[in-house]
Write a protein that binds this ligand. Sequence first.
Ligand SMILES: [Zn+2]
Length: 324
Amino acid sequence: MQGSIRIIPLFFVTFFFTDIHKISAQQPKKLKTIIVDAGHGGNDAGACGQYENSLRSKEKDVTLAIAMKLVAELKKQLPGLNTIPTRTTDIYQSPNEKAVIANQNKGDLFICIHADSGPLNTGRRLTGTRTVTRYKVTYTGKGKKKKKKSTPYTVEEPVYEYYKMPLTRSGTSVWIFAAHKTSDKLKAIMDQEGQTEAEYEIEAGADSSYNAFDFNTPEGRTIAQIYAKRYQEKSDRLATLVNEEVEKTGRPSLGVSQRQKGIWVLQATNMPAILVETGFINNPEDERYLNSEEGQQELAESITKAVIKYKSQIENPVNNQTSK
Ligand SMILES: [Zn+2]
């Protein structure tokens, strides 16, 4: 993942340098607005604690609690920034609604909070036996005189109880949009820039050299592609920092991955975006952690620390070199 996405062909950079320069205002260096999305909500409960003796917690509640603590922590530690939650109550939002909130608020960063789950195995245990009557069927005679005879007898049968076994997997993982999904990110960039074109024109105002940039040209598409690559680079950077901060808490940190199936909302937002699978709701330790004030706060603080480092790295290119 590290290699190819970092490389922007030199001739593109040279060829489009002027254009990139012209539209540089559209991918700001300064981190100003962070969108925090509590995954799921309303009638979309997400994953649920379903193993035997689980807390029966719902992902939508856990994500909201963690997201609210993250928003509070970001506001406390980065008071100059605009931190916007997609939801603050238990309401349903389609992925599209979430993306629109992020895009309309011109977020510079999109952080989605989720909880993981996995398929549960079914276990069984012997709870006792029961007596059942069965019949032995025999026949007597031959031909038309053939007669059926059922003789009852009893047997002891084991009685089993079936239950969902808890997951053994645990830990936090961080996801970014898959490289081959760049075209979707591209679309988000192009759609968004299309919507705000007029605004940029006004902002550019006195600068006569500025022409509203048309992303629907072959050149525009290339620029948008470079944007998507930069977004992915930045997403990867933040995701890596979050993973490192989680690791420091001693919890299993499962690394940064690109989801092959794609996470729609990560691609539909015109900004770097990460999704944090905070823990496995079907793992007993993780479920307790995710539902505890301490666990929620620890996650909020870890992510905030990562955002602070990310902010310093993207705003001070010197620091850029020293990290990963
Ligand atoms: Zn989820």
